[in-house]
Design a protein around this ligand. Structure first.
Ligand code: ASP
Length: 370
């Protein structure tokens, strides 16, 4: 693995040198805080890039390797130095929060990231934030931040689908676009935004829809909020659900988040996963149900018993788009429904609502609003 990373870095270095860009010789997977400061220009916004890893920081020994590479191999210093054009957009500085594949993103890292963003945005010296992130769970982090960032200043989450060492790597332009959006006044008060592949999505709506393609991030029903074209930012829509400064969720005093698990519904399923989740200490369960969030009779027995033990059951859907409608049977069962949130985003909202209340009625109100 080390050898693989080393060769990838040599390739990246060679590519950058050929294109006239010099990078620091230290390109190790450094997870400590790193800061890069270009000389400050007073007329430019100050944008902080918080790096967490992912493919955008990925490296491989082969330029044609777009799947077997190592995520989170390059540090923020290297990523910033690889895009010198950033200097024209903003006074950019970087900080390494973690350097991981986003499948390893945890609740404690989410809390650390959110608290750091709130501290930075409270300063008059920071005009916007860019978070670099693995694409796999990017939508979960973006939605979490959408619910807990206490600022109208732009927060843009960005990733890539091809590692930095690949032919036609998409990371550098995605990063450039993210800093561009974060530097744009119109990006204020639009909730947390996601930029990949020249599109701007709202954290509440955007989701990863393809395992490997660069046009993977889509908002199936609500659409993008804007796009970047010809080096300009265009906004067309606004997210209508509550976010950031309108949100009641506050992480400032939270040390951990309540455990919420997701259970997938399928033919011939059973109640075992419900029993196991309850036993393992879940305070909430999201059901990735069939169609309009339906649960089989066998699994339903487990879900109902979980409610009796104080666990909040929320019906979402495995379909990928559309609303899960709230039925009278949900009131009887004391179930919550997820509106149009997919299971992984419903989990984020349920964790945060559980920091406020355990009452399914009140939790349903939150799901109707956020
Ligand atoms: N495994 C990577 C991650 O999510 C995939 C990516 O970034 O595209 O960290």
């Amino acid at each position: 693995m080390e050898l693989k990373k080393g060769l990838g870095i040599i390739f990246l270095s060679a590519t950058l040198l050929l294109s006239g860009i010099s990078i620091s010789p230290d390109v190790s997977a450094d997870t400590s805080k790193t800061t890069v400061n270009h000389s400050v220009k007073k007329d430019l916004p100050n944008i902080k890039i918080l790096a967490t890893g992912g493919t955008i920081a990925g490296s491989s020994e082969s330029s044609t390797d777009t799947t077997g590479y190592e995520s989170g191999a390059l540090n923020i210093e290297t990523l910033i130095k690889a895009v010198p054009q950033l200097k024209k957009l903003a006074n950019v500085s970087g900080e390494q929060i973690v350097n991981i594949g986003s499948q390893n993103m945890s609740n404690s890292i989410l809390l650390k990231l959110a608290k750091r963003i709130n501290t930075l945005l409270a300063s008059k010296d920071v005009d916007g934030i860019v978070v670099t992130h693995g694409s796999d769970t990017l939508e979960e982090t973006a939605y979490f931040l959408d619910l807990v960032v206490k600022s109208e200043k732009p927060v843009v989450v960005v990733g890539s689908m091809r590692p930095a060492t690949a032919i036609s790597a998409d990371g550098p332009l995605n990063l450039y676009n993210a800093v561009k959006v974060a530097s744009t006044k119109e990006a204020r008060n639009k909730g947390v935004l996601v930029t990949l592949n020249d599109r701007i999505g709202a954290a509440r709506y955007i989701t990863k829809t393809h395992t490997t393609a660069t046009d993977t991030f889509k908002s199936p029903e609500q659409g993008y909020v804007g796009e970047i074209a010809g080096d300009k930012v265009f906004f067309y829509n606004e997210p209508t659900r509550k976010h950031t400064v309108q949100s009641v969720f506050d992480v400032s005093k939270l040390k951990k988040l309540p455990r919420v698990d997701i259970i997938y519904g399928y033919q011939n399923d059973n109640r075992y996963f419900y029993d196991t989740a309850v036993q393992a200490g879940a305070k909430g369960i999201i059901v990735a149900g069939a169609g309009n969030g339906l649960i089989s009779d066998a699994a339903l027995a487990g879900a109902r018993d979980a409610v009796k033990k104080g666990v909040v059951i929320t019906r979402s859907s495995r379909v990928g788009s559309g609303v899960v409608t709230h039925e009278t049977s949900d009131d009887k069962d004391k179930f919550v429904t997820s509106d149009s949130l997919n299971p992984q985003k419903a989990r984020i909202l349920l964790m945060l609502t559980l920091t406020k209340t355990k009452d399914p009625k009140k939790i349903q109100e939150y799901f109707n609003e956020y």
